[in-house]
Design a protein around this ligand. Structure first.
Ligand code: HPA
Ligand code: ZN
Length: 333
């Protein structure tokens, strides 16, 4: 059995496996520009974030109905359970669906149906985080926040994803302030391809509580000091970084050095259908490539629950304590 862990950086659209994509395409009468799953898989060779995003947004064309989103989330949760995931904070990209006429209600209702029975069916507690696409306008992000208002009971926080370089956090200062007023938690992708200034802006202008990726933080010692002092968690995604060529090979990933520097690191799968592994596969990969020993892996698992948005309520505190006890009791043998 895999070590118990929380997954905190997971785009639900990035869990769309080729088999499900073709099944949904057939059901919805959507034509895909690939003959079969094998040909589609061959397209999974990316030069950078943008070449991945092109395929990622394109394949979403098959997601149309509440049932599609429910099936997508249920398939992820089933796989995540096998990977030791006990708690999942799941991103979704409403603007990418609105672009095809699929509204917020369809997406959130479908996802929520799967999430509502996740504890019972998969043994995984869940939260939803709505991401704004940073290569779209601030106005569009604000409209998206407004469209989400009827569904806020189901949404824990907001995030920021898509093409980073040239779309700094400063563009979204007002949207994040408005999200904060609505009681939403805040995260943002930063320092994936962008330099450390993108991380500084996410912290200082958006007030994020967690940084998604934060890979390039080590380039700025002052930033590292800040992240350590404030115990800001980073949701690293090592397999993603290799596939999107942010780093050349996993052996060069800074994860071990970041942990040594005192950063609160977590390890996540990002878009596992595209990047060659789910989250426990990632734990195994960093163990092999970076020589992280069992206690380091346990530290990553512990961090994942500490960094989660389980809050101070009695129910959440009890869940967190239960999960942390499972981490400490886990035997790798
Ligand atoms: N970075 C930015 N946007 C994304 C990603 C990512 O890793 N995955 C899905 N959207
Ligand atoms: Zn991501």
């Amino acid at each position: 059995m895999a070590i118990p862990k929380a997954e905190l950086h997971l785009h639900i659209e990035g869990t769309l496996e080729p088999e499900l994509a073709f099944a949904l395409a057939a059901r919805n009468g959507v034509e895909l520009p690939y003959a079969d799953t094998e040909e589609l898989r061959k397209a999974y060779l990316f030069d950078d974030l943008q070449t991945f995003l092109n395929l990622y947004y394109g394949l979403m064309a098959v997601l149309r109905t509440e049932a599609d989103f429910e099936e997508l989330a249920d398939a992820y949760l089933a796989r995540a359970a096998e990977q030791g995931v006990r708690h999942a904070e799941i991103f979704f990209d409403p603007q990418a669906h609105a672009a095809r006429g699929v509204d917020m209600g369809t997406v959130v209702t479908g996802l929520t149906r799967a999430l509502a029975r996740s504890e019972e069916r998969h043994g995984i507690s869940t939260r939803l985080i709505m991401c704004f696409l940073r290569d779209q306008s601030a106005e569009s992000a604000m409209e998206t926040l407004q469209a989400a208002r009827p569904y806020l009971d189901h949404i824990t926080g907001v995030g920021l994803d898509s093409a980073e370089v040239g779309n700094p956090a400063s563009k979204f200062t007002e949207v994040y302030a408005a999200a904060g007023e609505l009681g939403l938690r805040k995260v943002a992708h930063a320092g994936e391809e962008g330099d450390p200034s993108y991380v500084w802006e996410a912290l200082d202008l958006l007030g994020v509580e967690r940084v998604d990726h934060g890979l390039r933080s080590m380039e700025d010692p002052e930033l590292v000091r800040r992240l350590v002092a404030d115990r800001v968690p980073l949701t690293l995604c090592p397999l993603s970084n290799v596939r999107l060529r942010a780093i050349d090979v996993l052996e060069e990933h800074p994860l071990a050095r970041m942990m040594d520097a005192g950063l609160l690191c977590t390890v996540n799968s990002d878009d596992p259908a595209y990047f060659g592994g789910y989250v426990d596969d990632t734990f195994h990969a960093v163990h092999e490539a970076l020589g992280l020993d069992r206690e380091r892996l346990r530290e990553l698992a512990r961090n994942s629950f500490l960094a989660s948005f389980l809050d101070g309520s009695a129910a959440d505190e009890a869940l967190r304590a239960k999960y942390l006890a499972e981490v400490e009791a886990y035997s790798f043998d």
